[in-house]
Design a protein. Structure first.
Length: 220
């Protein structure tokens, strides 16, 4: 027997503009300050209901998480593939470290700010999949590269490659980069074939860059 407020009923009610939601028991709804007071040293006592947690709050089913990690690694390892999962799905350094500990070669991030947070929390193999185009973000990326040997950036135009090389030289580093290739979705990346090859050859000649390969996002 399903509860009267099933997922279907909830979605229907939400679509109709209803402002109520079923909660399984009376709850207090602690504030962030109250939760901190209950957690000396940053650790909460066991047994607190998820309905009492201050939001936003990441709740993780560890059994399912570990099962998903094991299944992913078993699948890719069995097919001879090295995994580098995208951390934008969880944005959590602790989960990223678990992914690496279970066999991933590193993680991906979508923004330089995400890459910085990952590195600050012990993740050192980071691929930034989005191209940095503003001078400020390029400088931030090169500063991160100065401290993080495993940081790799993306590039998809010749002009951006030259900007990255100049910024790397200014920062006193050689930046590892991948060529972002458009697989057909026209979201990011350079046209495959001769244009991608020419960009890769340019990267290979620029003094501030080291070519590490290619990437693509096939959203379709």
């Amino acid at each position: 027997m399903t509860h009267p407020l099933s997922r279907r009923h909830f979605l229907h009610a939400a679509g109709a503009g209803a402002a109520s939601v079923w909660i399984p028991k009376p709850v207090k709804g602690y504030s962030a300050a109250e939760m901190r007071r209950q957690a000396p040293g940053g650790r909460l006592e066991a047994g607190i209901s998820k309905w009492d947690l201050d939001t936003p709050c990441l709740c993780v089913d560890l059994d399912r998480l570990e099962g998903n990690l094991d299944r992913m690694q078993t699948t890719v390892t069995g097919n001879g593939i090295a995994s580098r999962p995208h951390a934008k799905t969880h944005k959590c350094p602790a989960i990223a470290r678990l992914q690496i500990a279970t066999g991933s070669v590193g993680i991906c991030t979508a923004k330089i700010s995400e890459a910085e947070v990952m590195f600050e929390h012990g993740v050192e193999q980071i691929l930034l999949t989005t191209v940095n185009v503003s001078p400020r973000k390029i400088r931030r990326a090169m500063y991160l590269r100065k401290w993080c040997d495993g940081f790799v950036q993306a590039v998809d135009t010749a002009a951006n490659a030259r900007e990255l090389s100049d910024a790397a030289a200014e920062a006193g580093v050689v930046a590892d980069v991948t060529v972002d290739v458009d697989p057909g979705g026209h979201r990011t990346g350079i046209t495959p074939g001769a244009p991608a090859l020419e960009l890769a050859q340019l990267v290979d000649t620029l003094p501030g860059l080291r070519l590490r390969g290619m990437l693509c996002y096939d959203g379709g």
